[in-house]
Design a protein around this ligand. Structure first.
Ligand code: F6P
Length: 531
């Protein structure tokens, strides 16, 4: 049955090649209304894509025949849909256990209640100063040590909600490159600094190296009491205890929370410390509202499913190799990077759920930058290169800063809409000649874009946006028939790094590395030794 819709969509794509996007508005003056969705304080406009009514109908039937809703229910109910790791996928439970118990997971929800109360108390005590440092000082600075999903979510949310900060200053260390931790600790006072070591596995080499360096930095100045300045967030308590973290400072989460889906739980501790539990609960509530919408709305009015169908259409049917994420909001500067992990680590795969090789394109390359800066970086490419890149704009209707800046915000809105218009209309060849210009001024146009407008960047709306993107990723994975919740591809590089370390330390010279790697290592050692 799926093949029927797949073939129909391929036929729709062939037809779309013979028309320009703007002609779709000429044939239907209500196109804007039909190709947009309003969900409370979110407005999604996908009218500037080359999707006509027949294509949209086929996309929706394709979704309905992909048993999307059956799989959505399976996820919320805790079925082990992460089939290669035999795990449930229940990051949704982290934001629903307080308000909407629609997954009927009573035992899990009770455990989450207890854990949330514990981490909330810890957070409140740090913020109020009831829990002070070993030298009796307030904790004025918090350093999160973590990488991938143990950094990207907290870093994005902390940055996006900077207007709501009323707690300690939050810093992030992730790379094993020592400049990451060095640039932070050299400006901080160990007596007033709390370290949150965030790692689901608690084996990630970057995080363990940075944690041990931080421990040396603190305890060399404060003695062994300095370990009171360390918190661990993990799914493996024993490893945190082995590092020397006190048990009362260890906050656990379950294996059924994927790293890139983990900001809603204890991994979100830096956010809780920055904005407090009331605002963090607003963040969870926004996500919970999208969960409810996703679980109950029919496909044609379902925002995550619509986003996923458009993504599938552009990546797999139209064969566009990448997707540009363009938030016209500086506070969302880390969103493209966050979505790189969410989408490319979830769906950058070529084997289906049955273990068979896949020949069609799955996840696109995800990249992007805030607007209007991106207009001065790569919009030349978007308008005049021979590659078509679907653009996904995000835009706040209101700026979170006070009213004085309204004139700035109006220009932000105008620039976003103007770019979306320019991508569609371009400058026709005959126009360039009429204007006594040459073909160097020609802009292809006919380039698809969507615009997701939100009322303004509050904790609740940010929670909605991130839950929306998570569910879009999940649905795209269903359409591509891949497991969006494992990441076996990251293991090989880690294993080779371990072997190369043994080789470098002359512990095992029999490792079979390529001639180039071994010779380059030799040349690097020479450069190191010569200084
Ligand atoms: O990139 C691989 C990965 O396992 C991610 O999935 C994860 O978010 C990151 O590394 C960090 O893992 P951990 O939280 O276990 O340190």
């Amino acid at each position: 049955m799926q093949k029927i819709y797949w073939d129909l969509l391929k036929k729709n794509h062939e037809e779309s090649k013979r028309r320009r996007i703007e002609t779709l508005f000429e044939s239907d003056e209500s196109r804007f209304r039909k190709f947009s969705l309003k969900i409370e304080d979110l407005y999604f406009d996908y009218s500037k894509t080359n999707i006509d009514p027949i294509t949209l109908s086929n996309l929706i039937k394709f979704a309905e025949n992909s048993e999307i809703m059956k799989n959505v229910d399976a996820m919320f109910n805790g079925d082990k849909i992460n089939v290669t790791e035999n795990r449930s996928v229940l990051h949704t439970a982290l934001r629903n256990f307080q308000t909407r118990n629609f997954n009927n997971l009573d035992l899990i929800n009770k455990k989450l209640q207890v854990r949330f109360k514990s981490i909330s108390n810890f957070c409140n005590h740090i913020r109020s100063g009831k829990k002070k440092s070993c030298s009796g000082d307030y904790f004025t600075d918090v350093v999160n040590i973590g990488i991938g999903g143990s950094e990207l979510g907290p870093k994005l949310v902390t940055s996006a909600l900077s207007e709501y900060h009323d707690g300690p200053k939050i810093h992030f260390v992730s790379n094993i490159d020592s400049s990451d931790i060095n640039k932070i600790v050299k400006k901080l006072d160990p007596r007033k600094t709390l370290f949150v070591v965030s790692s689901k596995s608690f084996t990630t080499i970057e995080t363990i190296y940075n944690a041990k360096t931080a421990i040396e930095w603190v305890c060399s100045k404060l003695g062994s009491d300095g370990m009171k300045h360390f918190v661990a967030v993990c799914a493996s308590k024993e490893k945190a205890l082995d590092l020397g973290v006190f048990e009362e400072n260890i906050f656990e989460f379950e294996e059924w929370v994927g790293g890139r889906f983990s900001v809603w739980g204890p991994i979100g501790l830096p956010v809780m410390l920055a904005i407090g539990l009331n605002q963090f609960s607003e963040f969870l509530e926004g996500a919970s509202q999208i969960d409810y919408h996703f679980k109950n709305e029919e496909a044609s009015k379902n925002l995550p499913i619509t986003l996923a169908l458009i993504g599938f259409w552009h990546s797999t049917i139209c064969n566009y190799p990448s997707r540009a994420i363009l938030p016209y909001e500086t506070k969302l500067q880390y969103l493209p990077t966050y979505l790189q992990q969410l989408d490319m680590e979830s769906n950058g795969k070529s084997v289906n759920l049955k273990g068979e090789s896949i020949s069609y394109p799955t996840a696109p390359v995800i990249w992007g930058q805030i607007g209007t800066n991106s207009q001065h970086a790569f919009f030349q490419f978007l308008h005049q290169s021979n590659q078509i890149i679907p653009c996904e704009f995000l835009l706040g209707a209101n700026c979170i800063d006070d009213g004085y800046y309204e004139k700035h915000h109006l220009q932000l809105i105008i620039n976003c809409l103007a770019q979306s218009e320019a991508l569609m209309l371009g400058i026709k060849k005959e126009e360039t000649f009429e204007r006594q210009r040459n073909l160097h001024h020609y802009c292809h146009g006919n380039r698809p874009s969507t615009i997701l407008v939100y009322k303004q960047l509050t904790p609740k709306i940010l929670g909605k946006l991130l839950a929306l993107f998570e569910h879009r990723t999940f649905v795209e994975g269903l359409l591509w028939n891949v497991n969006s919740f494992d990441q076996w591809g990251v293991e090989l590089g880690k294993k080779l790094a371990t072997k190369l370390t043994e080789h470098f330390n002359k512990k095992n010279q029999k490792q079979n590395f390529s001639n180039s790697t071994l010779n380059l290592l030799y040349e690097i050692r020479k450069l190191k030794n010569n200084g």
